[in-house]
Design a protein around this ligand. Structure first.
Ligand SMILES: Cc1cc2nc3c(=O)[nH]c(=O)nc-3n(C[C@H](O)[C@H](O)[C@H](O)COP(=O)(O)OP(=O)(O)OC[C@H]3O[C@@H](n4cnc5c(N)ncnc54)[C@H](O)[C@@H]3O)c2cc1C
Length: 646
């Protein structure tokens, strides 16, 4: 009996929290073949979308593609559960084009839970983790994992994580624990004057665990986020709103799912606030917990509440309200743009000033939630804590906001927890490899004082890190770390090879007399590559004239990617050159025991920052805010002298 219980309680990896980060982390650990336990407060809220039931958009959509290329789950699940999908930024360049889908949020959850329940090596348990179990472990690690962080003698912390204790007193043990607790740690909800403990509306707050983190030396801070009221579609007059049709064609986030509508597609609508709405809000500023000082946590700058928008942009006479269904089997509607924590009477009054919403009925109130999160300057780019070996953090607990950002971190934490246990090389993505690399580098290099979300503008190499080419950038890595199956990787390689042959054909063949497409008459003698680079031509215009292109059986996606690669080749090459320069800086590592306060010539502010963050490479040091080019010269000079004197 004892042996049975031992087996029940012992794992390689424990994931705390079944949100978007937790789901990816748990699947990654188990798919790599490690015995993984997912513990979450309520099994019925696995992968719940507590805010907008939508996935993707510029930046976020890029992340979903990258998760897919690495072998993660999010893209596959949204492809089976969307009820409205569109490509955004079609009139702009390929760097910022991306898909955005509206999910049937209940289908999304159901599918995710089904995937988890059918995953080998993955065990699921309902429970609230109250405590972490630590043990002393003073060791100088020279392992493959540590070396792959670019540090030859990484003095890892004296403390290791050993497991967790849940509210029943049961203890579960593992060599690695991944914390993905979202908005739940000491969560407090605010609606007008009312405040109470909750992780989200209708869900318990998680208490106890924060104390365990503080005990290990983690800096814990308060952040805040908010959401909109959910309203009853039967109380809306859609005729007064602008219709937004979904794409007539099925579109896919995943490289590996079939292009088909899995669910019935529905429209969305747009309406606008007006001066009456703003008057109601202004008259009630004093009742807002945000302005009254009740909410102390910093909120998301890029997702402000409607009261914040009315205050900050007082010159605007209207703000858009996107009317988005939450699913096919519910009348609940999400009102994007109307996030609020004003009292209920104000929520009703302000909504009823909006065209189409004059008779609106609220089914769930809008609210704000404050929660504890950790300081990401205290974690390595592998997502592991610098204070406790084997302890990883991912998702909203790291100060980010958004399902996609959470899922990406969960995936990377899962991959790296597995690498840590197996003593394999860690996987750290560079800023040149994609949006996930940028997200994590920003977090561990700059930290964040407010909920962080990804944007295309945060990414330096946008033309090489496009939505369409995540597979070229990351699939080999996903396959190497054991997540992306060989069959899936084979598919990706075949697509690359078809496109390479297409590019060769474009270069090799020239437009001959009497081309099939008469529009090419002016281009006789020119290579098809040259022709395609001209703005007035697209790949479909030359496809009929270039027979060797037809032999390749290119898909629509292949064709569009060949066109992008050809048209933007000059810019793409320029970015590749910049990436090479940057990579040289990334290869120069900094000893972790370097005392920056002893380096003469460094500004005091810079020395303190470097001492706190302990960057792993010169590249990382150069990106820390407050570190000037002059400081970098001093640091490089110091390291060079040190190396010469060794
Ligand atoms: C009110 C609200 C408004 C939001 N607004 C926005 C927005 O405007 N824009 C945006 O991009 N994102 C928004 N989000 C954020 C988005 O929901 C999160 O970023 C995303 O869900 C984070 O994923 P996660 O996996 O980190 O955490 P979550 O999805 O929150 O999942 C956390 C999971 O951990 C479990 N858990 C917590 N503590 C414990 C414990 N001690 N033991 C066991 N299990 C535990 C919970 O039950 C839950 O399943 C909002 C979220 C909320 C709640």
């Amino acid at each position: 009996m004892m042996q049975d219980y031992d087996d029940y309680c012992n794992f390689d990896i424990i994931v705390v929290g079944g949100g978007h980060a937790g789901v990816e982390a748990a699947l990654a650990g188990a798919r790599i073949g490690l015995k993984t336990l997912l513990i979450t407060i309520n099994l019925d809220t696995i992968a719940l979308m507590p805010c907008n039931p939508s996935i993707g958009g510029p930046g976020k959509g890029h992340i979903v593609r990258e998760i897919d290329a690495l072998g993660g789950q999010m893209a596959r699940t949204i492809d089976q559960s969307y009820i409205h999908i569109r490509t955004l930024n079609t009139s702009k360049g390929p760097a910022v084009r991306a898909l955005r889908a509206q999910a049937d949020k209940y289908s999304y959850q159901k599918i995710m839970k089904h995937v988890l329940e059918n995953q080998d090596y993955l065990f699921i348990r309902q429970g609230m983790v109250k405590k972490l179990i630590y043990e002393d472990s003073s060791q100088l690690v020279n392992s493959k994992y540590a070396l792959s962080l670019g540090v030859s003698s990484l003095k890892l912390p004296n403390l290791s994580v050993r497991g967790v204790e849940i509210e029943t007193g049961e203890r579960f043990f593992a060599r690695s624990v991944i914390i993905t607790t979202g908005t739940f740690l000491n969560g407090t909800i605010h609606i007008g004057d009312t405040s109470y403990a909750a992780g989200r509306l209708g869900e318990f707050a998680a208490t106890g665990l924060t104390d365990s983190l503080i005990e290990a030396g983690c800096n814990v801070r308060r952040l805040k986020t908010g959401t909109v009221a959910r309203v009853d579609s039967r109380s809306l007059d859609f005729d007064q709103c602008v219709l937004q049709e979904p794409s007539p064609e099925p579109l896919n986030f995943s490289y590996f799912t079939e292009k088909q509508f899995a669910l019935k597609q529905v429209p969305c609508w747009i309406t606008y606030t007006n001066s009456s709405t703003h008057d109601v809000i202004r008259k009630n500023f004093h009742r807002s917990p945000l302005f009254g000082g009740k909410i102390k946590g910093v909120g998301p700058r890029y997702c402000p509440s409607i009261e914040d928008k009315v205050k900050r942009f007082s010159d605007r006479d209207r703000h858009p309200v996107f009317i988005e269904p939450e699913g096919n089997a519910t009348t609940e509607i999400y009102l994007q743009g109307m996030s609020t924590s004003l009292p209920m009477d104000v929520q009703i009054s302000m909504l009823r000033t909006i065209p189409g919403l004059q008779n609106v009925n609220i089914m769930r109130p809008g609210y704000a939630v404050e929660y504890d999160c950790v300081d990401t300057l205290q974690i390595y780019p592998t997502m592991m804590s610098k204070l406790v070996m084997g302890l990883f953090f991912a998702g909203q607990i790291n100060g980010t906001s958004g399902y996609e950002e959470a899922a990406a971190q969960g995936l990377m934490a899962g991959i790296n927890a597995a690498a840590y246990i197996k003593d394999n090389e860690a996987l750290v993505l560079g800023r040149d490899q994609g949006y996930i690399g940028v997200l994590i580098d920003d977090l561990v290099t700059k930290g964040t004082e407010e909920p962080y979300r990804i944007f295309t503008a945060r990414v330096e190499y946008r033309l090489t890190c496009r939505f369409d080419n995540a597979d070229d950038r990351l699939a080999a890595l996903g396959n190497k770390c054991g997540l992306l199956s060989d069959d899936d990787f084979e598919m990706i390689k075949e697509s690359r090879s078809r496109r390479d042959r297409a590019v060769q054909a474009l270069k090799a063949f020239h437009v001959k007399q009497n081309p099939v497409n008469p529009a090419l008459e002016d281009c006789i003698g020119r290579s098809y590559e040259e022709v395609l680079r001209r703005p007035e031509f697209n790949i479909h215009m030359i496809q009929d004239s270039l027979f060797s292109l037809q032999d390749l059986h290119l898909t629509e996606d292949d064709l569009s990617r060949v066109e992008i690669e050809t048209k933007y080749q000059g810019y793409i090459q320029k970015q590749h050159n910049q990436i090479q320069d940057m990579q040289k800086m990334e290869k120069i590592t900094i000893p972790q025991n370097l005392d920056y306060t002893m380096i003469t010539g460094l500004s005091v502010e810079c020395a303190q920052k470097l001492q706190r963050i302990k960057p792993i490479t010169i590249g990382q040091a150069s990106r820390i805010s407050g570190v000037s080019p002059a400081d970098m010269t001093v640091l490089i000079y110091h390291l060079r002298n040190k190396m010469e004197s060794c």
